[in-house]
Design a protein around this ligand. Structure first.
Ligand code: 6PG
Length: 235
């Protein structure tokens, strides 16, 4: 489902509200809230709202945060998704390390992927669906997390987390697979900007094989997009 918003600020606000609502429902239903975070630039504004204006709306003691993907760099690196989340959400909320299941970008990629695979399987075996909400972004060519068009990881049926080499920098990544990303009550894509318009238009065409389309067809999903990113839908 596509939900249009005026601009990136409105998308961020809608995303933060969706997190608050999902957290309330999850804590009511099973006493805890498992949230998978997106990397990249788009979600930062939503994280800042959650750590600021919305901070009292979530019982952060009951939250466990996972990552949909990570660049294979140390957590202090400018390119690290963990660093972006730490700066915009974890530090401002002073969340304890026990709330966060970090992908170890500083570790040998195959070992880090195997470690996180165990972590995710534990969550998947413990509860179905494993996650209450998965936040994702989307690249201009339709990639999501670090699942790029045509990558073998899109067909992965056994592993929940794999090491991939992608046509972007940094090239070495850890990513949850579609099987893991879709093990969620809800998936929310946050997509803004004219450069995403072509891919958004493609995602909503029947039979799309873009990674964002594949994942969105596997779980209840919504695309929160601004007018710029929605500008070619139906074209
Ligand atoms: C990453 C993200 C990636 C991101 C898209 C969109 O590690 O970069 O997981 O999938 O969501 O590339 O990135 P922007 O939000 O920066 O446009």
């Amino acid at each position: 489902m596509l939900v249009r918003h005026r601009d990136p600020e409105a998308v961020a606000r809608a995303a933060a509200s969706a997190v608050v609502e999902s957290a309330f429902r999850a804590v009511h239903d099973h006493g805890n809230f498992r949230l998978v975070l997106a990397g990249g630039r788009t979600p930062r504004a939503a994280y800042e709202l959650l750590a600021g204006e919305f901070r009292e709306e979530v019982d952060w003691r009951r939250v466990t945060l996972f990552f949909g993907d990570e660049r294979c760099v140390p957590p202090e690196d400018e390119a690290s998704n963990y660093r972006m989340v730490r700066d915009s959400l974890l530090d401002p909320l002073r969340l304890p390390p026990s709330s966060v299941r970090r992908m170890a970008g500083e570790v040998t990629p195959d070992n880090a992927a195997a470690e996180y695979d165990v972590e995710l399987r534990r969550a998947i075996e413990d509860r179905q669906p494993a996650f209450d909400l998965v936040l994702l972004g989307m690249g201009p060519e339709g990639h999501t997390a670090s699942l790029f068009p045509g990558d073998a990881a899109l067909e992965q049926r056994h592993r929940a987390c794999v090491h991939v080499t992608v046509p972007a920098q940094p090239a070495d990544r850890l990513t949850m697979t579609p099987m893991a990303l879709s093990a969620s009550r809800q998936v929310l894509f946050l997509v803004t900007g004219e450069d995403k318009a072509e891919a958004i238009s493609e995602v909503f065409k029947d039979g799309s094989r873009l990674p964002a389309a594949i994942v969105s067809q596997m779980a209840p999903s919504r695309f929160l997009v601004d007018e710029a990113a929605a500008s070619r839908v139906g074209a």
